[in-house]
Write a protein that binds this ligand. Structure first.
Ligand code: AMP
Length: 288
């Protein structure tokens, strides 16, 4: 595996693969690898000749009061893990390589970025994500790019950028990888002490409770959300948001008459965690 720090070297690596007729898969990450990241690397490895993993803690997607400085970083460990997964190139630029002096362009997606994490963290977050992902697509020119459904709103934002700007990349969304007690894996889980770690499992339990109510036939959004809210409240968690929205465009739903995203964000101990479930409707319901 090559560790590459510059855009020029990255482009040269891709050009070599392309000359041999190879396809390119990209997994964008901020490092501190866990099984969630590895699942994306494996998916990329299965379908592409050249697998590129980017490792870049993107400063523009963090707010001034967020955890940019303390975000877990261990490049040597990450490099060893990526190599084990058969990754070909680890693209680990520094911030000046990505944002040179005079950098002044940004990608802003309207609408779907104004709710959930966009409302809770601020518009800067998805502007930062959309801009850095668009740059990575420009640098790596992947055929396929792999994202986790853990960050469901991010997947929608990236898909919208690709559609609106006619980018020639397929977005592959991969399922959420969870700990045995259901907690969604996250680099930020290292912030949890033992008590907070136990408490954090309630996020997925809450989503499960809502999913059970939905599976039992309930279609009123407020009733479904209330089932999740009860579990959170019982665990002493006050969410930043707990909302049920259209899984396609994040518009609000009063009745679950189409695929819906139940999304939650909450501060648990020292970590801000997010999680989600997609509630799918049956084919017959979709037709009615
Ligand atoms: P991050 O390094 O946290 O920015 O995540 C890099 C990629 O891994 C993103 O596409 C995330 O959605 C994805 N990811 C993070 N956690 C998980 C998880 N538990 N399951 C699946 N994908 C994940």
């Amino acid at each position: 595996m090559n560790i590459v720090r510059t855009v020029a070297e990255m482009r040269a690596g891709v050009a070599r693969a392309r000359r041999q007729g190879g396809t390119v898969g990209l997994v964008p990450t901020m490092g501190a690898f866990h099984e969630g990241h590895l699942s994306l690397m494996r998916a990329a490895r299965e379908s592409n000749d050249l697998v590129v993993v980017s490792l870049f803690v993107n400063p523009t997607q963090f707010g001034p009061s967020e955890d940019l400085a303390s975000y877990p970083r261990d490049e040597a460990r990450d490099a060893a893990i990526a190599e084990q997964q058969g990754v070909d190139i680890l693209f680990a630029p520094d911030a000046a390589e990505v944002y040179p002096d005079g950098f002044s362009t940004g990608i802003h997606v309207k609408g779907i970025t104004e709710v959930l994490d966009g409302a809770s963290r601020g518009a800067f977050h998805f502007d930062g994500v959309a801009t850095v992902v668009t740059k990575l697509f420009g640098i790596v020119t992947p055929d396929d790019a792999y994202f986790g459904q853990k960050d469901a709103q991010q997947v929608l934002v990236v898909r919208r950028v690709v559609r609106d700007l006619n980018l020639a990349v397929r977005i592959r969304a991969c399922p959420i990888v969870r700990e045995p007690d259901g907690l969604a894996m996250s680099s930020r889980n290292v912030y949890l002490d033992a008590d907070a770690r136990r408490q954090a499992a309630a996020l997925n339990r809450a989503l499960d409770a809502a999913a059970s109510v939905h599976e039992a036939g309930e279609r009123d959004a407020a009733t479904i959300v209330a089932a999740a809210a009860r579990v959170l409240s019982h665990a002493g968690i006050r969410p930043d948001y707990l909302e049920l929205r259209s899984a396609e465009d994040l518009s609000p739903l009063e009745r679950v008459d189409r695929d819906a995203l139940l999304a939650v964000a909450a501060r648990v101990g020292a970590a801000r965690l997010i999680d989600n479930h997609v509630l799918t409707i049956t084919a017959e319901e979709g037709e009615s």
